[in-house]
Ligand binder design. Structure first.
Ligand SMILES: Cc1cc2nc3c(=O)[nH]c(=O)nc-3n(C[C@H](O)[C@H](O)[C@H](O)COP(=O)(O)OP(=O)(O)OC[C@H]3O[C@@H](n4cnc5c(N)ncnc54)[C@H](O)[C@@H]3O)c2cc1C
Length: 420
């Protein structure tokens, strides 16, 4: 809400809702929609101005959404707004590579035909996803959205949570949810510590246009400095997430476009024909950061605020949307039973459901990255043999396809495509 009149009104009155969400990135809006659908009043605050959040131009960022995440987006009314821009992921090919040396003969190939449910997931551009969330929230009477205001303090008592924004206005609610990303101020203000480390790697992110079609195939090449993913977008376009040691990444990103492509090309060969850059280039320093607790008094953490992980398996947002499904289900069922949704007893159900799962996933991406970002010949031989074994056993392969589609584990109802 950029309207100055509203801003003045809010400054002089305390706005109250059932749930306050700090962070209107991706997980915040998903949670707001899931909760508003079950009758909760929700306020979402984000520091970025609305026009920045609408991000109309293509800027090269995109997400791999697992099938289970797509089901959640469908259930909260967002999928119908992005569907026409989504590229189904039909196959995934994983290869042990070496820049310029070509792929190793050992690789894993996962095909959606091994499961009955459909594609393993979809690639969706950041701009379409963010715009769809904003539109869906604007259509919901139960959601109040505040853009361009930063939360500067929070006060939690036995009766509720109060937020103070940078314009001095206050908001109150029964429960505060931090969806404010890896450096979550909500967690820090509640005294929640984090565990994690830097990888010394930086992801170079861009989109390319290519001469030949990708046929809906996603590729993951494991290189000694870090993994390189080529993820299919609509048309003859792909999203590149390419991890390098941070110093090298900085130098590569500073290069003119032609030299940047000159370095990228030999890393994955010429199977897509000639390539060109489309949109901007981004860099993301990579780290692992897990909140030591996902809850505190009248407070819960969701998405990257709870767990920021390596993008090696494209699981960050998918894990966040599982949090969204779990928290919305826990709170809704508690509310129907007449329980206080901010009580520790209720919030512990969310923490029990999600903390072990996400900590294991974050550690798995960590081990995977360490195992593959390595040129030790013994490790290389071991992982090549391992890939050969997984690739040749249909049962194991099918398990991996189900995992990539996000269909394993204790799935919240929304991720099963069922209402709460
Ligand atoms: C290179 C890369 C590639 C990735 N690819 C994939 C992928 O393919 N698939 C996938 O599932 N995941 C992927 N991820 C992970 C995914 O990007 C994140 O998990 C996701 O963006 C997290 O969303 P979020 O809403 O939790 O946090 P964020 O997107 O970080 O949003 C946090 C929001 O909080 C707001 N905020 C913060 N502090 C305040 C405050 N004090 N007051 C008001 N507002 C505040 C910020 O303005 C921001 O909008 C990738 C990540 C990286 C780095």
């Amino acid at each position: 809400m950029d309207n100055p009149e509203w801003a003045r009104i809010l400054q002089h009155m305390e706005h109250r809702s059932d749930i306050l969400i700090v962070g209107g990135g991706l997980n915040g809006p998903a949670l707001a929609l899931a909760l508003a659908q079950t009758g909760h009043s929700v306020t979402v605050v984000d520091a970025l101005a609305e026009k920045v959040r609408k991000n109309a131009a293509f800027d090269g960022r995109a997400y791999a959404l697992a099938l289970a995440s797509q089901r959640l987006l469908d259930a909260i009314g967002v999928w119908e707004k992005v569907e026409e821009h989504a590229q189904p992921m039909l196959e995934i090919k994983v290869t042990d590579g070496h820049a310029g040396a070509g792929p190793s003969p050992f690789f894993m190939h996962f095909d959606h035909a091994e499961i009955e449910e459909g594609p393993m997931g979809y690639m969706v551009e950041d701009r379409h996803l963010r715009r769809a969330f904003l539109e869906a929230m604007a259509e919901h009477a139960g959601i109040t959205e505040i853009s361009g205001k930063t939360v500067v303090s929070q006060d939690i008592t036995a009766l509720g949570a109060t937020l103070t924004l940078d314009d001095g206005s206050t908001l109150s609610g029964n429960l505060l949810v931090g969806c404010d990303g890896r450096r979550s101020g909500t967690a820090a203000r509640a005294g929640i510590k984090r565990t994690g480390w830097d990888y010394g790697q930086t992801a170079l992110v861009c989109a390319i246009e290519h001469e030949l079609p990708h046929h809906g195939i996603a590729h993951q090449f494991f290189m000694p400095p870090g993994p390189l993913a080529i993820l299919p977008l609509t048309g003859n376009r792909s999203s590149i997430v390419w991890s390098e040691r941070s110093e090298t990444a900085k130098q590569i990103n500073a290069l003119p476009e032609a030299d940047y492509l000159q370095i990228l090309r030999p890393r994955f060969g010429d199977f897509l024909g000639d390539i060109h850059l489309q949109g901007d280039r981004f860099t993301y320093p990579l780290n692992l950061t897990i909140a030591n607790s996902f809850i505190a008094d009248r407070l819960a953490l969701v998405g990257d605020a709870a767990h920021g992980m390596h993008p090696i398996a494209g699981q960050g947002l998918n894990a966040g949307l599982r949090d969204v499904g779990a928290l919305a289900e826990v709170l809704t069922l508690a509310g129907r039973r007449g329980e206080d949704i901010g009580s520790t007893l209720v919030l512990e159900r969310y923490q029990e459901w999600r903390r072990f799962d996400t900590a294991s996933l974050a550690m798995a991406t960590d081990v995977f990255n360490k195992l593959f970002s390595n040129d030790n010949p013994l490790l290389r031989m071991g992982r090549d043999i391992g890939m050969g074994i997984v690739g040749s056993l249909p049962g194991l392969r099918r398990g991996f396809v189900r995992e990539a589609a996000g269909l394993t584990g204790d799935l919240p109802k929304l991720l099963q495509g069922r209402p709460i």
